[in-house]
Design a protein around this ligand. Structure first.
Ligand SMILES: CC(C)(COP(=O)(O)OP(=O)(O)OC[C@H]1O[C@@H](n2cnc3c(N)ncnc32)[C@H](O)[C@@H]1OP(=O)(O)O)[C@@H](O)C(=O)NCCC(=O)NCCS
Length: 149
């Protein structure tokens, strides 16, 4: 049975492993710094982190959540936002991702949000299929740019 609950300081190492598996381009030291700032209350984002654990109490997935004032295709200005969503490969396809999203939606409602938004890399077909299966509708494709100032 999958249990989904907010991360607590003793989850720091497990959260770091899940985060690094989702975003391997950032070093473990960078992730560790962000996790430390989160538990110190100094992180701008995420606002909350939900962990899914297996029957043995081992973390096997995460949902990192924030609230954004704008999201593509949304009508309100207080939108629960899925910043990160990950399930370890061996646990995929068995409802863990769905349980994380259900808990995330509950959190969003508890924060007074009436919309829930997310994004995915254009080539991540599994993520797109999973989003659609969980009731998200595609709001558009965006090409991002940056420059130094
Ligand atoms: C996306 C991800 C979190 C889904 O987690 P999961 O535990 O496998 O998801 P679930 O088993 O709860 O499936 C949820 C829904 O998505 C659909 N889905 C999941 N994997 C799918 C796949 N490979 N192909 C098509 N649909 C899929 C399921 O059909 C399911 O709907 P259903 O319950 O109506 O059948 C997981 O694949 C993952 O961690 N991927 C790598 C990281 C990633 O891409 N994250 C998203 C970044 S935007």
């Amino acid at each position: 049975m999958t249990i989904v609950r907010p991360a607590k300081p003793t989850d720091a190492d497990a959260w770091l492993e899940l985060r690094h598996a989702l975003w391997p381009d950032r070093s473990k030291a960078e992730h560790g710094g962000e996790i430390d700032r989160f538990f110190a209350g100094d992180a701008r984002e995420p606002l909350t982190v939900l962990l899914a654990e297996d029957g043995a109490g081992c973390p096997i997935g995460l949902a990192e959540l924030s609230i954004r004032a704008y999201a593509e295709g949304c009508r309100s200005d207080r939108i629960a936002y899925l910043e990160g969503w990950f399930v370890v490969p061996k646990a995929r396809g068995s409802g863990v991702g769905r349980a994380l999203i259900a808990a995330a939606e509950e959190w969003g409602r508890s924060q007074g949000c009436r919309e829930f938004a997310s994004d995915a890399q254009p080539d991540n077909q599994i993520s797109a299929a999973a989003h659609r299966a969980l009731g998200f509708v595609e709001a558009g494709l965006v090409r991002c740019f940056r420059k130094d100032l």
